[in-house]
Design a protein around this ligand. Sequence first.
Ligand code: NAD
Length: 459
Amino acid sequence: MSTPYDVINPSTGRTIRAVHHASLEETDAVIARAHAAAPAWARVDPADRGRLLRRFADVVDAHLAELAELEIENAGHTRGNAMWEAGNVRDVLHYYAAAPERLCGRQIPVAGGIDLTFQEPLGVVGVIVPWNFPMPIFGWAVGPALAAGNTVVVKPAELTPFTALRLAELALEAGLPEGVLNVVPGEGPVVGQRFVTHPHVRKVCFTGSTAVGKRLMALAADDLTRVTLELGGKSANIVFADCDVDAAAAAAPGAVFDNAGQDCCARSRILVQRSVFDRFMESMEPAVHAVRVQDPSLNGDADMGPLISDTQRQRVRGFVEDADSAVQIAFRGDAPDGAGWWYPPTVVVPTGTGDPLWQEEIFGPVVSVLPFEDEADAIAMANDTAYGLAGSIWTDNLGRGLRVARGVRAGNLSVNSHSAVRYSTPFGGFKSSGLGRELGPDALDAFTETKNVFISTAH
Ligand code: NAD
């Protein structure tokens, strides 16, 4: 039996509308539809599959503003971000629309015949999406999975189902056959977990917390279901004295407060070389005060919206206001009072590298800053974390930039920039930040099995 679930606008705390959560039986029925649709989708000619994905991208493009409005209301994303996110779905679909015609196998020299490899689709792929970036994370899995000839079942996060539901409608409008792309709103432990335990789902892409990711990986072992895990992060922003310190300070707030800090790549630990620590803090303070925290549906130029839920806000408060020891707040910006799950951008100086503020993923607009001595110290401090997703290095010394980038145990590094996510380059984490890579030219490897065929020339 399905149950209604009230979806809330985080800027107002008011219900938008209820969405029906699928039961186990309903989930199984959708997986059965995806399974039934898989052979025909895998047989669609490569050029036609590419054409359908391009058409899907074009239909998404024609609905960018509508998709962005849904996300502004449902997730409190700023207008600029929401438009970028919808455009990212379009761009990922366009990028992987080229893939069906380039899914080349190999011809390997062997004795007595010819040896060929084929990249075969897996069948049904399950995608479990979190609430922080509902559209991009949907697109990063759905685009390459469909291009490789798989059918897909998607479970959006309970808090943010609307854009995924609309994207599934747009896919049908673009001409994708029924059953190829399916969206099943529901609870993680019901719908999401069923994706992992159902024998017809051959691969699961999970993005979310490390705790749930580990549990799903253990469950996946039963059927040897493939998993890609994109998990948490506590990424370092390392500022060397030889960089343009003012530029680094001006860029630091955006690197952590974007999406209200609810970003697995948030540069939530700032490491500043001791000789420029005070100057960096002085320079960052006005940039933090300048962050406009506003209801994004009323203010098109808001820089930051609310947190996604009251639960998330309580969690963030727990690290700062409710912590056992008094937390040293260096400075903080403003946030609206009243309804909605608001929290101001906050800069703290932790007691040391063992402080939970320095070690734990807060997933909110809180950044910790500590000084370091030299290059070796910076690398050691950056690596002193369970996570390894992203990081930034600010230096005018190219050799140092490369040395430190190679030294930090994380999947996505940038030098003199905080940008490390592009659909054309690989994305994923080391250590507790995950397993496998999404995006980039090799993403289809994660959605195909390699089949080897030997043909004898003896007869
Ligand atoms: P979460 O792990 O609770 O939920 C993520 C998704 O998993 C949701 O769709 C949820 O319904 C589902 N889920 C929950 N329990 C499940 C279960 N037992 N079986 C199957 N599915 C289940 O995390 P969250 O609260 O949505 O997101 C915040 C966390 O996710 C943070 O730690 C953040 O860093 C991480 N995250 C990582 C990335 C990344 O790319 N590495 C991206 C976004 C979020």
